[in-house]
Design a protein around this ligand. Structure first.
Ligand code: ADP
Ligand code: MG
Length: 264
């Protein structure tokens, strides 16, 4: 039998904030080309898990392996260069830049740290600039934002901002093999029509041989597109499994009943 090897392994990851334990020895694995969702009531530790993976927060204990490399101690830009991209729950775009420039700056991150950007820009020969533009346009086309390329990022709709943050994440892993994309609540607060749009995009991202880990409260979306679901509650992983098993799991139902606002 073919033994699959995970491309991502979190082992006993732990994070405390002033005595509060936000994540307590959480372990999980992700296989190449999977769509995995991370669910759980508010405060469960989902975003904290993302922040440990992308290097925004230092890990207190445990380890994170990605493509057989230990990510512990790496800076966010180094983790991005290894092929992990992410979107924030609260979007975070460059509001005063155009849609196109938002994607261009994310593409340039492939070449180094933020502070290098002006220097890098200055050094760019026309040909490179043209190539980057072409890449950026192809990503905008992929997410359906090409027509908006010249608009300021703060002038587009909320759903389009979500698409743009997705485009920026795709730019970070552009052309990389074995990458992982982390999406923190990709459809939260989005118009139902746009939800369908984003769901189709996540499927397309996987079809392009990518791997997706996403946090989401919309249970139709979670159960509709996930290969596996991991459930956190109060910093602890309570269960993981296929969507159908999760739906019927008593502990999961109980965890959500305690937080009615997110009950499915
Ligand atoms: P979720 O994304 O599942 O809603 P979070 O990971 O944001 O949960 O939060 C988990 C717990 O950690 C919560 O109790 C939250 O208040 C706390 N927490 C998260 N980030 C911080 C931080 N930067 N400083 C202090 N406490 C935090
Ligand atoms: Mg969160």
């Amino acid at each position: 039998m073919l033994k699959l090897k995970p491309i991502f392994k979190a082992k006993g990851i732990t994070k405390r904030f002033n005595g509060i334990i936000a994540l307590d020895k959480v372990s999980f694995e992700i296989y190449k080309n999977e769509i995995v969702s991370l669910i759980g009531p508010n405060g469960a530790g989902k975003s904290t898990a993302f922040n440990l993976i992308n290097g925004f927060l230092p890990i207190d204990a445990g380890s994170i392996m990605f493509n057989d490399e230990n990510l512990n101690g790496l800076l966010p830009y180094q983790i991005a260069q290894k092929g992990i991209a992410y979107t924030f729950q609260d979007i975070r775009l460059f509001n005063r830049l155009s849609v196109l420039d938002n994607v261009m700056t994310a593409l340039k991150h492939q070449h180094g740290e933020d502070w290098m950007t002006p220097f890098f820009l200055w050094k760019l020969v026309n040909k490179e600039e043209k190539m980057l533009k072409e890449k950026a346009f192809s990503i905008l086309e992929f997410v359906g934002l090409k027509e908006k390329y010249n608009s300021n990022a703060d002038s587009i709709s909320y759903g389009q901002m979500k698409l743009l943050s997705l485009a920026r994440a795709l730019a970070v892993i552009y052309g990389k093999q074995n990458s992982l994309i982390l999406l923190d609540e990709p459809v939260a607060g989005v118009h139902p029509r746009m939800i369908d749009n984003i769901v189709q995009l996540i499927k397309k991202i996987r079809e392009n041989r990518n791997t997706v880990l996403f946090i989401e409260h919309n249970m139709n979306v979670v159960m509709g597109i996930s290969d596996r679901v991991i459930v956190l509650n109060a910093g602890v992983k309570i269960v993981e499994g296929k969507p159908n098993d999760i739906k019927q799991n008593k502990e999961v139902i109980l965890a959500y009943l305690g937080h009615r606002e997110h009950a499915a």
